[in-house]
Ligand binder design. Structure first.
Ligand code: BT5
Length: 286
């Protein structure tokens, strides 16, 4: 088992990225790495900024949920992305969550793919992605992705991509309510967990996606996500707009909404930002 803190000098020395991690900040403790990224978002060098922390006092998931991370045990990472399109049509500019050619949904998909591939590279664990962006091992949650977006003072769009991966947690390190639903690399992998190597692999994977020609990326992101996700067709119950729906999963749409054939009839898309999967169905989590 790895002991000690992240080796930031090693990350700087070994990282060969073009966009992600040109600037890296490492904190012993913070409220949330996403908060730290938002505090720096107006700075000229914010695009590609990476915040890493050993501990979060108010780590968050989607829809105001809590993200738990005992000190020094997790990979806690946020990446700031600034819309770098030189000219955008009004239609594109008016979209609520978009950076460059990518929507927030697509950025979430690529973040989950990048995190999954980095884990495969650094361990003997092969997580499955569960919609929208959970990383599961044998049905237990190993990590998650949180995408937030806002408009900067100069009207450019900004997005903060937050990734949490459980690395060194032993049984008992997570709150009792997560004892049956969460896991860590330490619990799942026979290999020594090297968080520093995992950070380097994650930033390299993200950089690979985010420095590609984004106009040609869209179909590739969705295909990569589908190749790594739970099989389609599973039964699901979900909560959306104060209602519970049940049905079977058909697909995801280009913006990462889950497409479900409803038991009540019809096929409907559910956005990740407003939908919660209800635990207790065969594959639910979160
Ligand atoms: C997520 O939300 O899975 C996104 C988590 C993103 C966390 C990162 S850490 C770095 C950055 N800074 C932040 O403040 N956040 C990001 P969601 O799909 O809403 O899942 C949240 C749910 O997962 C909770 O309600 C719990 O049920 C469960 N959970 C919380 N902590 C967990 C953990 N460490 N491991 C597994 N499950 C956890």
């Amino acid at each position: 088992m790895e002991v000690g803190t992240l080796q930031i000098e090693r990350i700087s020395a070994e990282l060969r990225t073009r966009r992600i991690g040109r600037r890296i900040e490492y904190l012993n403790s913070t409220t949330s790495t996403n908060d730290e990224a938002w505090q720096r978002i107006e700075e000229d060098t914010a695009d590609g900024l990476v915040i890493l922390a050993e501990y979060q006092t108010a780590g968050r998931g989607r829809l105001g949920r809590v993200w738990h991370s005992p000190r020094g045990a997790s990979l806690l990472c946020s990446v700031a992305l600034i819309d770098r399109l030189e000219s955008r049509s009004d239609k594109v500019a008016s979209r609520s969550c978009r950076v460059g050619e990518l929507t927030g949904g697509e950025i979430g998909l690529l973040a989950a793919v990048a995190a999954r591939d980095a884990i495969v590279c650094c361990s003997d664990v092969i997580p499955i992605i569960k919609w929208p962006n959970d990383l599961l091992v044998a049905g237990r949650k190993l990590g998650g992705v949180l995408i937030e977006s806002r408009v900067r003072r100069d009207s450019s769009r900004a997005c903060v991509l937050g990734i949490g991966i459980n690395c060194l947690q032993q049984t008992g390190h997570l709150p009792p309510e997560l004892a049956d639903s969460a896991t860590s690399l330490e619990l799942e992998s026979d290999r020594v967990v090297d968080r520093t190597a995992l950070v380097i692999a994650l930033l390299a994977e993200l950089d690979g996606w985010l420095t590609s020609d984004q106009r040609r990326l869209n179909g590739h992101i969705r295909a990569a996500w589908l190749a790594r996700c739970e099989p389609m067709g599973q039964r699901i119950r979900l909560q959306h707009g104060g209602r519970v729906y049940s049905g079977s999963v058909v697909d995801i749409d280009p913006d990462a909404a889950l497409i479900v054939r409803l038991d009540e009839g019809g096929v409907r898309a559910f956005s990740a930002a407003h939908t919660t999967i209800i635990r207790g169905t065969s594959t639910a989590s979160g």
